[in-house]
Write a protein that binds this ligand. Structure first.
Ligand SMILES: Nc1ncnc2c1ncn2[C@@H]1O[C@H](COP(=O)(O)OP(=O)(O)OP(=O)(O)O)[C@@H](O)[C@H]1O
Ligand SMILES: [Mg+2]
Length: 250
């Protein structure tokens, strides 16, 4: 493993970066989240694990401001986010790498990266960040002028993560980054998440796969039908029989 990259200037510790309390979200009146509470402390990787349709993406999208909260509180570095539109949450330091990656397939790798810096306006600064991303993800440098949609799933996931970092987040939220990619890339993605965290960025990692997520996390939450049913330090959760058997079908 190479040295941790210097992605961002040192962040003044305001603890905790993220505190979600009693979050309720519904779709057309049908509740999806029934009072989710979780927190991400400075310097942590926190995993939110659970099976299909249990509310993982809804939680991340609500934090990012893409789903409206019916009730509850989302505080980020001490600021209540209720009423703050999604695009204004990005410059505050919240960045979401969405489920399914959502790249611009007909644009080049470089252009996708530049668009990740849409809240920053100084060209030279953006260019410097693109160069940082090329250092962190050498494969993207090789493919800088290739259309994003022509890359493999794993390469596209690397690009999606790099694009998320272009906003210089304090908290990076990743929605199933190992989904649909070859096993060798899964290892690379997990490694890169740890390196990003070592560079000072807190991580909220959503995964269906218990081993992948809790294996690199400090703390974990298990979500089932829109409720957090278990939480604890990642190591204990990973070895908890009830978690393994009941909630993750192992
Ligand atoms: N756009 C939508 N419209 C209506 N219902 C939705 C919508 N998105 C999600 N839901 C419902 O909300 C619940 C939670 O879905 P969510 O996508 O948050 O789960 P998830 O844990 O991310 O699942 P997966 O592992 O499949 O990604 C599910 O019952 C789902 O059917
Ligand atoms: Mg999901």
């Amino acid at each position: 493993m190479t040295a941790a990259p210097q992605l961002i200037p040192p962040v003044v510790a305001i603890d905790p970066p993220l505190a979600v309390e009693d979050l309720h979200v519904s779709y057309d009146g049908v509740p999806a989240l029934h009072g989710v509470s979780l927190r991400v402390d400075a310097g942590q990787i926190v995993a939110l694990v659970g099976g299909n349709g249990n509310g993982k993406s809804t939680t991340l999208r609500a934090i990012a401001g893409l789903n409206k909260a019916d009730a509850g509180s989302i505080r980020f570095t001490g600021l209540e986010l209720g009423g703050v539109p999604a695009h204004e949450r990005v410059p505050l330091g919240l960045s979401l790498v969405p489920e399914g990656r959502r790249l611009f397939p007909r644009l080049t790798v470089r252009r996708n990266l530049e668009l990740g810096a849409f809240t920053r306006h100084i060209g030279a600064e953006v260019d410097a960040s693109v160069d940082e991303m090329f250092e962190l993800f050498p494969i993207l440098k090789e493919r800088a002028n290739q259309l994003a949609g022509t890359m493999s799933g794993g390469e596209q996931q690397m690009l999606a993560i790099a694009r998320g970092l272009m906003a210089r987040p304090r908290l990076l939220m990743l929605d199933e980054p190992s989904w649909g990619i070859a096993p060798k890339f899964v290892t690379k993605v997990l490694d890169v998440i740890q390196r990003i965290n070592a560079g000072g960025v807190a991580i909220l990692l959503v995964e269906q796969n218990l081993h992948k997520a809790l294996g690199i996390a400090h703390h974990g939450y298990v979500i089932q039908t829109g409720r957090v049913v278990m939480e604890g330090d990642a190591h204990s959760l990973l070895h908890d029989e009830q978690v393994r058997r009941v909630y993750l079908g192992l």
